[in-house]
Design a protein around this ligand. Structure first.
Ligand code: C2E
Ligand code: MG
Ligand code: MG
Length: 411
């Protein structure tokens, strides 16, 4: 079938979410394709191209100069099916967002989601047939959210050399920013996570991805950790002195935990600032926490005995079993933001979120969700019985000086 171009009648309503987006709809059934085009038109979309399978869709992509914003594709099609089409899109580094429509069952749709991500495609979500205008509108709004992600979420490879980072440390350019942790049931602030920031004299505020791995790989993460522990223990003690019942969470790299003397050193950094260990939660990533290195386990037990809280960070990205989790006296389980952010629209993420929360309940420890970005994420977390949440929906990490005022205003 020849791909056809259709310019919809346009909309009188400037607020329609799809108005300025360019769509490509790939579907072999003429009737279903027609129906989706009409739905998109009803949402104000004015630029819609159509194709009946992967081959003709790739042809449309080659012929049209301007990039598409959203590609809607069926999976089961004669000729080139949806899976091969998505692979080709990934290979061609097409930047469009993807919506998958399919009559496939839910478990297969979950696999499609994983596969699209593996091919580097940004999947907004899947639509079970028959599609509805409401579901299209939801996914279109996701496109805008993804598009408007602030710079702060960008990750990439380190951009600084070890010498530059060490020079910055020496010049005391590093400091903790704080992101509040909120109890979902009561909306009370329970504490904050300290996140390292580098106030670079020329580069603005630099995020951890640009320096943590540089330090870790060179075996030089200790100095930053001492600084983070000391500053956040001092800040937390000040909050508490001012009558705010808050604790502070600090990220600890597993490399450090391999040092047999580390538990005493961590304890000294905290108590030296006049703060009791019970007000500090040490966050260790799931993969690190599952280390079978004897020293790591010994240190974790010792830290717990001294009163520190222990949190499994980025939970869901490692492969820990219930048996492994019970070996270590964790007090908190922190679900990785990748599952939290997608749970509202992605069956597979929601399953991982729910089973992580269930795991925390079974272990009798506090569950925390990180990366709650929208009201929808927030409400879902409440429904699922998650204890605490942190995320851009409530607040971005902020300067130490701004945090106490923020807490007062929130209260
Ligand atoms: P993490 O411990 O999992 O911290 C949570 C990250 O999620 C933070 O990124 C935070 O800014 C970000 N985040 C919070 N809410 C949202 C949200 O709603 N949406 C999205 N997309 N992201 C959100 P950040 O500050 O860039 O830190 C990245 C990682 O760097 C941390 O992940 C932690 O593993 C590491 N890190 C940060 N500070 C330190 C430190 O002092 N020592 C060590 N060893 N690692 C650190
Ligand atoms: Mg953390
Ligand atoms: Mg995390």
């Amino acid at each position: 079938m020849q791909p056809s171009t259709r310019n919809g009648p346009g909309s009188q309503n400037a607020a329609l979410p799809g108005k300025d987006l360019r769509f490509l709809v790939v579907e072999d059934h003429d009737f279903q394709r027609r129906m989706m085009v009409e739905m998109l038109e009803s949402l104000g979309v004015r630029s819609i191209h159509e194709a009946s399978d992967g081959f003709s869709a790739l042809e449309v992509l080659r012929e049209i100069d301007q990039a598409f914003d959203v590609i809607v594709t069926d999976i089961d099609m004669p000729g080139m099916d949806g899976m091969a089409f998505i692979r080709r899109l990934g290979e061609a580094k097409v930047r469009a967002s993807l919506i998958i429509t399919s009559g496939l069952d839910k478990s297969l749709l979950g696999t499609m989601e994983t596969m699209s991500a593996a091919y580097g495609m940004r999947l907004l979500g899947t639509i079970e047939k028959p599609p509805t205008p409401q579901r299209f509108a939801e996914l279109i709004s996701m496109h805008w959210q993804v598009r408007s992600k602030p710079e702060e979420t960008k990750q990439g490879s380190p951009t600084f050399t070890l010498q530059q980072v060490l020079k910055g440390l020496e010049a005391e350019q590093f400091e903790p920013y704080y992101q509040p942790k909120i109890e979902l049931k009561t909306r009370r602030v329970t504490g904050a996570e300290a996140l390292a920031r580098w106030r670079h004299p020329h580069g603005g505020v630099v995020l951890p991805y640009a320096f943590i791995s540089v330090l870790e790989e060179a075996g030089q993460i200790a100095e930053l950790t001492w600084l983070m522990l000391a500053k956040s223990a001092r800040d937390c003690r000040n909050w508490r002195d001012a009558g705010l019942d808050l604790n502070v969470s600090v990220n600890i790299s597993v490399k450090l935990l391999e040092d047999p003397a580390i538990a005493d050193a961590i304890t000294w950094q905290v108590t030296h600032q006049g703060l009791e260990p019970k007000h500090v939660i040490l966050e260790i990533t799931e993969s690190a926490a599952m280390s079978s290195v004897g020293h790591v386990l010994e240190n974790l037990v010792r830290l717990r005995m001294k009163g520190f809280g222990l949190s499994i960070d980025d939970y869901g990205t490692g492969y820990s079993s219930l048996q492994q989790l019970t070996r270590i006296p964790f007090t908190e389980l922190k679900v990785d933001h990748s599952f939290v952010m997608h749970a509202a629209h992605q069956e597979s993420s929601r399953m991982i979120l729910e089973s992580s929360l269930e795991m925390a309940r079974k272990l009798g420890i506090t569950s925390v969700a990180e990366g709650a970005e929208t009201a929808e994420d927030w409400n879902l977390l409440r429904e699922c019985g998650c204890d605490l949440a942190q995320g851009f929906f409530v607040a971005r990490p902020m300067k130490s000086a701004d945090f106490p005022d923020w807490v007062q205003t929130w209260a």
